[in-house]
Design a protein around this ligand. Structure first.
Ligand SMILES: [Zn+2]
Length: 254
C-alpha cells in the first residue's frame, strides 16, 4: 500500500476533535475492554486530563497500590504516545493519566529509529492500542539543535561553492543531502526545519508543528504494521503540541 498523505492524517486528527466529552474522568486501567475504548473516547479522556493538569486540578488517577497490584498480570493501555524526552513533557503527567493508561516512547525531538518503530508496532499489534499520539512541544531543544546543524550545513554549502549559481544548485539538492546525512538530527528534524522554512513558517512554534506532521509521515512510511492498522481503522493517529506556558496540549490538524 502506498504511504498516506498528510491529508489522510488530518481526517483522523479532525475526527478526534469531534468526539463527545465524557463525564468519566479516568479509565479503569485493566481490563479496559470492559469500558468503551474507542480512539475518540480515549483522546477525549486524555484531553480532559490535560485540561485538569493545566488548571492545577490534576487527579493523579490510578496511581495507588491497588491499581499497581491489579496490573501485575498484564497491561491494556488505550493509547501509545511518542513524545520528546524533554524533562518538562512527561505524557502521563500532562495528560493526568495513571498506571496502565499510556504506552509511552520518548526520544529527543520524538525522533524515530528502528527501536522506536518496533516499540510502537508492539503497542499497535500486541497491545491493540486504538490511538497513537505524536506529541511535540514548545521550545524544543532538539529542534533548536536541528536548526543550528542545518544552518551550519547551509554555511558549509555556501562556502564550498565557487559562485552563486553553484550555491543555488547545491541548495536545490539540499533535501537529498539532508536525507543522506549521517546525522539523525539532520535526517529527521533538519528536514522538518527545512520544510518549514520553504513554507515560510520558520518560527520555532511552526517548526515544531511541521516536525510532528513529518514524524507521522515517516512513521506511516516506515511501518507496514501501522499502515495496515490505519487502513483497517483499528488505529487513529493524532498530532499534538504541548505548550509550556499554558500547560495545554494543542491539537494539530494537517
Ligand atoms: Zn523537545
Amino acid at each position: 500500500m502506498a504511504s498516506m498523505s498528510a491529508a489522510d492524517f488530518g481526517q483522523f486528527a479532525q475526527g478526534s476533535q469531534e468526539s463527545s466529552e465524557e463525564s468519566q474522568t479516568s479509565p479503569s486501567p485493566f481490563p479496559s475492554s470492559m469500558h468503551e475504548s474507542t480512539a475518540n473516547a480515549t483522546w477525549s479522556r486524555m484531553l480532559q486530563g490535560n485540561k485538569r493538569f493545566a488548571e492545577g486540578k490534576a487527579e493523579h488517577p490510578w496511581q495507588d497500590k491497588e491499581t499497581r497490584n491489579m496490573l501485575t498480570d498484564g497491561q491494556k493501555p488505550d493509547a501509545a504516545v511518542l513524545a520528546c524526552a524533554d524533562s518538562r513533557v512527561p505524557p502521563e503527567i500532562i495528560f493526568d493519566q495513571g498506571l496502565g493508561d499510556l504506552f509511552t516512547v520518548r526520544t529527543a525531538g520524538q525522533m524515530i529509529d528502528d527501536a522506536v518503530i518496533a516499540s510502537l508496532e508492539y503497542a499497535v499489534k500486541k497491545l491493540h492500542v486504538s490511538l497513537l499520539c505524536v506529541l511535540g512541544h514548545g521550545r524544543c531543544g532538539a529542534l533548536q539543535m536541528a536548526e543550528r546543524e542545518l544552518n551550519d550545513l547551509i554555511h558549509a554549502i555556501t562556502a564550498e561553492a565557487d559562485d552563486s549559481l553553484e550555491t543555488a544548485d547545491l541548495m536545490d539538492s539540499l533535501d537529498e543531502r539532508l536525507a543522506q546525512s549521517d546525522s539523525i538530527v539532520l535526517r529527521q528534524a533538519g528536514i522538518s526545519v527545512w520544510q518549514a522554512r520553504q513554507a515560510e513558517a520558520d518560527c520555532l512554534d511552526d517548526i515544531e508543528r511541521v516536525h510532528v506532521a513529518h514524524t507521522i509521515e515517516m512513521l506511516v512510511e516506515r511501518s507496514e504494521i501501522i499502515r495496515q492498522a490505519l487502513a483497517s481503522e483499528q488505529l487513529m493517529i493524532v498530532g499534538a503540541r504541548y505548550q509550556l506556558d499554558t500547560g495545554r496540549v494543542e491539537v494539530l490538524s494537517f
